[in-house]
Structure formats: structure tokens, C-alpha cells
Design a protein around this ligand. Structure first.
Ligand code: SAM
Length: 275
């Protein structure tokens, strides 16, 4: 395993807190994460490789690894430490600024996503991949336990949000591992989780995401009120009733299947371009 602490000392690096630089130093956890990634012979995208601890293990098993890192200092170091892996391509850039067609062009087809996500953009980054038509096979994402709770939350739970509904529509999720701050250097103030996202057989639907977000937009409002903001008010009752739901229900009471029926109902009543 790459020794993160040793590298930091050797190259006089100061971990950048603002970029969420908490490096994995737990070999047992690392090897479990590599196992969850099922990356043998596959194409892999790693977000935020940092010092290359995970990248090094992935590169030894995968067909190829593309790693996107925002910190130029890390990229320079990675080119040296990973020079033995000719199947690894380091990109110095912001993962949130990479367009989906740019990402797709980096691979020959389906790819796997693996990451110890920077905490300050955890949900945004994960949703960039979940709420998209990118050809993702599966994902292994390390994140703060509080953030993980939003992805795996069930109906009516406190953390149930559009993130939960959209993730649940496209992926089966499993909290495969919990890690304490001691697994990282420098140690963060919070516990972490490793979530495994297994692709479900559901085609991507941009309109569905739009409807889910609108339904949750005002927590205290009913489904009818929230949907009236994006659909013709006069048709909203009919759309909701036709989906087998009550206009007075609230978004947090609905499953992802309920939202799929709502979207279908809106298209049936208003036409295919309704949403
Ligand atoms: N993968 C390494 C590990 O597990 O030890 C480092 C993980 S560290 C939690 C997050 C990494 O993401 C850092 O190296 C940080 O510089 C990088 N990062 C932060 N923001 C980023 C962004 N917007 N795009 C790409 N990388 C980013």
C-alpha cells in the first residue's frame, strides 16, 4: 500500500483542508474497497486520487484507470508514483466541470466509478453520476456517514430527499463498510461510510428527476401545490389521481415507483413533452 504519511513528509506537502484532503491510511479498508469495486479487467474512473493510494490498487487490476484530481501538486506526484502503471491516465481538473460527453469519450463503453469523495462536494459529485445517462456499471463511493444517510434513506425517514428517490430509482445501494476517523490522515472530525451502488435496469429519465425535485421543493406543501409550479394547475389533480395517489399527499410519503407513475400520468394526460 502507498504510504500516504511518508509521501506527505517526503514531498513536504500540506494537506488542503478546503479540498477535503483526508487520505486513506487503513490497508484493511483499502483492500475491502478494492474488492467492492470488482474492477478486474474493467474501465475505471476515480474521482480525487490524491496521493494515489486507491489508484495504485485499481490500476494493478483494471484494464485502465482515468483519475481526475483538482490539485496540481497531487497530479505531479501521481505521475511519478504511478509511472509503473501505463494503463493510468491522470487528468488535472475539477470533476464537476467535466462535461458528460467528455467523460464518456475517455472510455470505450461502460465504466466503474470509485472514489473517496471530497466532503465539500459529496452529494453534488455523486448526483452528477447518479442523475445522468452516463454508462456506469456500478460505483463504490466513500463519504461522510451523514451524507450517506441521504442516499439510502427510505420513505418518510428524516433524510429522505430527491437524492434518495433518484438514487433508489437507478441503483441498489448497500452501506458496505463504516470507517472511523482513524482510517484517514489527517483524521477528519466525522465517521465515514462506503456505499456500493449496483445499477438497476431502469432507463434514465430527465423528466422524472425534474418532477421529483419539484415535488420536494417546498417541504410543507402538498404534492398538488408543489407540482402546480411545473405543470398546468388545472390538470394537476387529474394527474395525481390517475397515478393512484392523493393530491394532499407529500413528496416524502412517495416511493420512486410512485414518482414514475406520476411522470407517466403527466405524459398521458398532457402529452409526451409535458415533463
Ligand atoms: N483518493 C485519495 C485517498 O483515498 O486517499 C484522496 C481522497 S481525498 C478525501 C479527496 C481528493 O479529491 C483530494 O485529493 C482532493 O484534492 C480531490 N478533489 C477535491 N475536489 C475535487 C474536484 N472538484 N475534482 C477533482 N478532485 C477533487
Amino acid at each position: 500500500m502507498i504510504d500516504a504519511k511518508k509521501l506527505i513528509k517526503e514531498y513536504s506537502l500540506t494537506p488542503n483542508k478546503a479540498l477535503g484532503q483526508n487520505f486513506l491510511v487503513d490497508e484493511n479498508a483499502l483492500m475491502q474497497i478494492v474488492g467492492f469495486s470488482r474492477c478486474e479487467g474493467a474501465e475505471v474512473l476515480e474521482i480525487g486520487p490524491g496521493l494515489g493510494t486507491l489508484t495504485n490498487e485499481l490500476a494493478g487490476r483494471a484494464k485502465n484507470v482515468v483519475a481526475v484530481e483538482i490539485d496540481k501538486r497531487m497530479c505531479e506526484l501521481l505521475k511519478r508514483t504511478l509511472s509503473g502503471h501505463k494503463n493510468t491516465h491522470i487528468i488535472n481538473g475539477d470533476i464537476l466541470k467535466l462535461k458528460n460527453d467528455e467523460l464518456t469519450s475517455l472510455f470505450s463503453g461502460e465504466f466503474i466509478v470509485a472514489a473517496n469523495l471530497p466532503y465539500y462536494i459529496t452529494s453534488q459529485t455523486a448526483m452528477k453520476f447518479i442523475d445522468s445517462d452516463l454508462p456506469i456499471k456500478h460505483m463504490v463511493l466513500m463519504m461522510q456517514q451523514e451524507a450517506a444517510a441521504h442516499f439510502i434513506a427510505g420513505v418518510k425517514e428524516k433524510c429522505y430527499t430527491p437524492v434518495s428517490v433518484i438514487s433508489n430509482r437507478y441503483f441498489e445501494m448497500d452501506e458496505a463498510l463504516r470507517l472511523s476517523p482513524a482510517s484517514y490522515y489527517p483524521a477528519p472530525a466525522v465517521n465515514s461510510s462506503v456505499l456500493v451502488f449496483k445499477r438497476k435496469d431502469a432507463p434514465y429519465d430527465k423528466g422524472l428527476s425534474r418532477l421529483i425535485k419539484a415535488a420536494f421543493s417546498m417541504r410543507r406543501k402538498t404534492l398538488k401545490n408543489n407540482l402546480s409550479a411545473i405543470l398546468p394547475k388545472a390538470s394537476v389533480d387529474e394527474i395525481i389521481l390517475n397515478a393512484g395517489l392523493a393530491p394532499v399527499s407529500r413528496a416524502e410519503e412517495l416511493t420512486s415507483d410512485d414518482f414514475v407513475r406520476l411522470t407517466e400520468s403527466a405524459r398521458l394526460i398532457l402529452g409526451a413533452d409535458a415533463i
